[in-house]
Write a protein that binds this ligand. Structure first.
Ligand SMILES: Nc1ncnc2c1ncn2[C@@H]1O[C@H](COP(=O)(O)OP(=O)(O)O)[C@@H](O)[C@H]1O
Ligand SMILES: N[C@@H](CCOP(=O)(O)O)C(=O)O
Length: 317
């Protein structure tokens, strides 16, 4: 369940009045999700999702919400946070920071075919291009500096074999990050968590990307690698699925061709993507935050994905 903070009809009506979206027709708590409180809101003006942020602060949220607004207005299907008369898109509901964004149609495609991967690849490239003129900046808060800080914290919880892999991969990623090829990678706002459960489909039609709350400015290639590591692998084993990977990459490149530096560093970024989620899952698993609402994901999944990615493999591009 994911209604940690109850929102009354009165509070929802008051928000709709401020946003000039007409009368409240229905308010329903959303069961999925683990971080925030989410409600479906039906108003006279349309269908929305009300999110009360349980962890992110008033200071952190503008980067994410304005990014979604920017992308929505550039024609990328993402939830569009609604503004009040003064243009504010971050609100307060039940004492929590809150946003009311447009509701996407459809549902997540948890068993994707190559066609779904192609749709994700093409939209990801369109999203990267649409983010080029977004003016706010916030680093990827789950990037290399965070990995360097967090690895020593999780190491005592690992077997010697796991610890050796984690340390050697971290050293490798620090080495890559200092290279001239890495410095040449194109960068911009990225989603950074575009897993299967953060994309909506209606049949074959991709109807939107959502859950932008790990977004930040980082390399486009890292975003692509995170996507490939979820959409183009066999979940039980972590094994690479060549057909889905090829479909995702070809569709991405139909919109934006990878540069020479990106082609060179794709294998390294696939490792980086696996490392990032192995570390965060280890951290959530072994060091749950006090009063955390988070149900930890299985860290061993990304250990398996990383082991697959570290093995020499044929080039993807
Ligand atoms: N804009 C949206 N349109 C449609 N459904 C949404 C939207 N935002 C969230 N949801 C629904 O709410 C669920 C939980 O949202 P999510 O952002 O994953 O929450 P959490 O951040 O708590 O994990 C999603 O799985 C999806 O079903
Ligand atoms: N995709 C991440 C976890 C992020 O959680 P989300 O529900 O906010 O997408 C993982 O699988 O570790």
């Amino acid at each position: 369940m994911a209604v940690y903070t109850e929102v009354s009809s009165k509070e929802a009506r008051e928000l709709l009045r401020r946003l000039q979206l007409g009368k409240l027709l229905a308010l329903q708590g959303i069961e999925g999700g683990i971080e925030n409180t989410n409600y479906f809101v039906t108003a006279e003006a349309g269908e929305y999702v009300l999110t009360l942020f349980e962890r992110l602060t008033f200071e952190q949220l503008p980067f994410y919400l304005h990014l979604m607004h920017h992308l929505a207005h550039a024609g990328i299907p993402v939830p569009d946070p609604q503004a009040d008369r003064r243009g504010a898109i971050l609100h307060t509901v039940a004492g929590k920071p809150a946003a009311l964004a447009t509701r996407l149609r459809g549902k997540s495609q948890l068993a994707p075919q190559a066609s779904h991967c192609a749709a994700v690849g093409a939209m990801l490239a369109r999203m990267h291009l649409a983010g080029r003129d977004y003016e706010r900046s916030q680093p990827n808060l789950r990037g290399l500096p965070w990995w360097n800080e967090t690895v020593p914290v999780v190491l005592p919880h690992l077997t010697p074999e796991q610890a050796a892999l984690l340390q050697s991969e971290l050293a490798y990623q620090n080495h890559i990050a200092a290279s001239s090829a890495y410095a040449a990678l194109p960068r911009g706002p990225i989603h950074a968590d575009l897993f299967r459960d953060n994309v909506m489909f209606e049949g074959e039609e991709l109807t939107g990307f959502f859950d932008f709350y790990f977004a930040g400015v980082d390399t486009w290639l890292f975003d692509l690698a995170v996507c490939l590591n979820d959409w183009a692998i066999d979940l039980p084993t972590g094994a690479h699925d060549a057909e889905r990977a090829a479909a995702l990459l070809a569709a991405y490149q139909d919109v934006r061709a990878l540069t020479a530096a990106e082609r060179e560093l794709l294998p390294a970024m696939l490792r980086a993507g696996a490392l990032r989620f192995w570390i965060s899952r280890l951290w959530d698993f072994h060091l749950p935050r006090e009063a955390s609402l988070l149900k930890p994901h299985d860290p061993t999944h990304f250990e398996r994905v990383l082991r697959q990615r570290v093995r020499p493999a044929p080039a993807l591009v």
